[in-house]
Design a protein around this ligand. Structure first.
Ligand code: ZN
Ligand code: ZN
Length: 352
């Protein structure tokens, strides 16, 4: 048994997303059914629909920034009830047995988490993401959206928000720490807001100064252009932590030289090519180069609660399903301030 629901689906590599019907499973004992209100557009949706990250599964329904309301629950569900406001991020299951899962770091599941879309669940069924009117998820892989947080702004927190929150907390961003956010896009602008709320002294390293006003308004104390060579000479040895949100190739050594003694650069964007670096830049100041990927369920809940308490929200531009294609083009051109969110009510109204 399954239920047919509306979704925006790409039939093949690079195909236009079209409204169609997909099947969602009947809720099992621990499943909740979520009526999706909003779905954020993440750059990785575009990479996967265009098969830029290796072989993908089609038809594909992207979307891993999902916010909505519980409309039904399985018989064994204890964490949620009908009407609860909930979110789903980048994964919908994991093995629950490995060291990472037992530590609550399900995103690092040694058997690979079941990604929210472009993946197969443990029964071999394809997973479909949030560009849809409904999703069925195990209650252990959903988070509660605080009452004072809009569902529209909650959606992007479930990937962009946690992707920055997790490394900032893990690497100790806080009072007395000098944190640089490299890149001022969907990820970077959340990094600025969260790092400054954590009490760190925040700098933005962006290609140009075009978003400087925004950066300062979001809580940065300093804003530097990486297109200006003086930035690299003036700021040598300046930061305790650099979070690199760029998914393009960079001169890694030049950025490592901006780190102070014991500083770390943490990479959260995935560049197309391997990094080439000289170990000198690390060894000369006991620096680290590290990576980080989203966050576990417990930490995602902690991030939502933190953002609700501090009134931190992403800057969003709401679109209808009819405008997903043009939104994709604008994301690729970095022409969005700072995250597109799809109003899925416009999908429910679409005629097939
Ligand atoms: Zn994402
Ligand atoms: Zn696991």
């Amino acid at each position: 048994m399954s239920t047919k629901v509306m979704a925006m689906s790409a039939a093949s590599v690079g195909a236009k997303l079209e409204a169609t019907l997909i099947e969602r499973r009947e809720p099992r004992a621990h499943d909740i059914v979520i009526d999706i209100a909003f779905a954020g557009i993440c750059h990785s949706d575009i990479h996967q629909v265009r098969e830029e990250w290796g072989p993908a599964i089609f038809p594909m329904v992207p979307g891993h920034e999902i916010a909505g309301t519980v409309s039904a629950v399985g018989a064994g569900v204890s964490r949620f009830g009908t009407g609860d406001r909930v979110g789903v991020g980048c994964f919908v299951d994991s093995c629950r047995e490995c060291a990472s899962c037992r530590a609550g770091e399900e995103q690092y599941c040694l058997k690979t988490p079941v990604w929210t879309y472009n993946a197969r669940d443990y029964d071999g069924d394809e997973t479909y993401g949030g560009y849809s009117t409904q999703i069925v998820v195990d209650e252990n892989y959903a988070v509660r959206i605080p009452d004072n947080m809009g569902l529209d702004v909650a959606a992007p927190l479930l990937c962009a928000g946690i992707t920055l929150y997790s490394p900032l907390v893990h690497w100790g961003a806080g009072p007395g720490r000098r944190v640089a956010i490299l890149g001022m896009g969907g990820l970077g602008h959340m990094g600025v807001k969260i790092a400054s709320a954590l009490g760190a002294e925040v700098s933005v390293l962006s290609h140009t100064l075009s978003k400087r006003e925004d950066g300062l308004r979001f809580g940065a104390s300093h804003y530097y252009a990486t297109s200006d060579p003086a930035t690299f000479s003036d700021l040598a040895g300046s930061f305790d932590l650099i979070v690199n949100t760029l998914s393009v190739n960079i001169d890694v050594d030049a950025y490592l030289d901006l780190l102070a003694l014991d500083g770390a650069m943490v990479v959260v964007g995935l560049p197309p090519d391997p990094y080439g670096l000289k170990v000198d830049a690390l060894a000369s100041m006991r620096r680290s180069l590290a990576g980080s990927s989203i966050g576990g369920i417990r930490e995602t809940q902690e991030m939502l609660d933190f953002c609700a308490e501090r009134a931190i929200a992403p800057e969003i531009e709401m679109i209808s399903v009819a405008n997903i294609g043009s939104a994709y083009d604008r994301v690729v051109r970095s022409d969005v301030r700072y995250r597109f969110v799809i109003d899925t009510a416009t999908l429910a109204e679409t005629r097939l």
